[in-house]
Design a protein around this ligand. Structure first.
Ligand SMILES: [Zn+2]
Length: 208
């Protein structure tokens, strides 16, 4: 057995290990339906449910067990343009799970960074953010994790701004039953923490 992970951590696993986990999870969900008192083996709508649930749980936690999407960076110093143009991307759709209830979180991320010597391939930004989302999360931490990840990928960037707006099903379908409420979190790092004009410029681009 591998070392247990924190919900936000990543440890890529081979397909073979994931298949083993799927089988074990299937058994657990079979037991769960049995405990709940369902005759799932003879219910045509439920007979395959444990298998589907096992597959679903692995899909929703993919970001924990798959490697980070590969990135491409481009040197911009040749053009004499370094560090002047903020790169904004959004909305980026995210689907996640809350680590408290294991219920879905569905939302959007808006991201911007101010590069220095290198820029990232554009499609890599949504790919990395979606990969970070595919694990049980609390939104506050996820927002910070986006900042941390991009600072690591581009160590000389001048700053990162992140805005996350999401609906948490644990609040929508149970408990307080609030279906219209969103959770919004922001993070401003580096030059975005220092400059109000850059923050305002970033937030103006967000159409919600
Ligand atoms: Zn929750």
């Amino acid at each position: 057995m591998e070392k247990p992970l924190k919900s936000w951590e990543n440890l890529p696993l081979p397909q073979e290990e994931l298949e083993k986990r799927k089988e074990k999870l299937q058994k657990v969900f079979e037991e769960m339906l049995t405990i709940l008192g369902f005759d799932w083996k003879r219910d045509p709508n439920m007979v395959e449910t444990p298998k589907r649930m096992a597959k679903m749980v692995l899909e929703l936690t993919e970001g924990n067990f798959s490697p980070m999407p590969s990135i491409t960076t481009f040197d911009i110093t040749q053009m004499g343009e370094e560090g002047n143009i903020p790169v904004f991307v959004g909305p980026i759709e995210i689907k996640s799970l809350c680590s408290h209830h294991f219920l879905p979180i569905v939302g959007r991320v808006y991201f911007e960074y101010l590069p220095t010597s290198k820029v990232l391939g554009l499609s890599k930004i949504p790919r990395i953010i979606k990969w970070l989302a595919r694990r049980p999360m609390i939104q506050e931490l996820f927002t910070k994790q986006i900042v941390k990840t991009f600072k690591k990928l581009l160590p000389d960037l001048k700053g990162v701004a992140v805005y996350v707006k999401a609906k948490h099903m644990c609040m929508t379908v149970r408990g307080v039953n609030e279906s219209q409420a969103y959770m919004i979190t922001e993070a401003f790092d580096g030059i975005y923490g220092e400059r109000e004009d850059l923050r305002a410029n970033f937030l103006r681009k967000i159409k919600e």
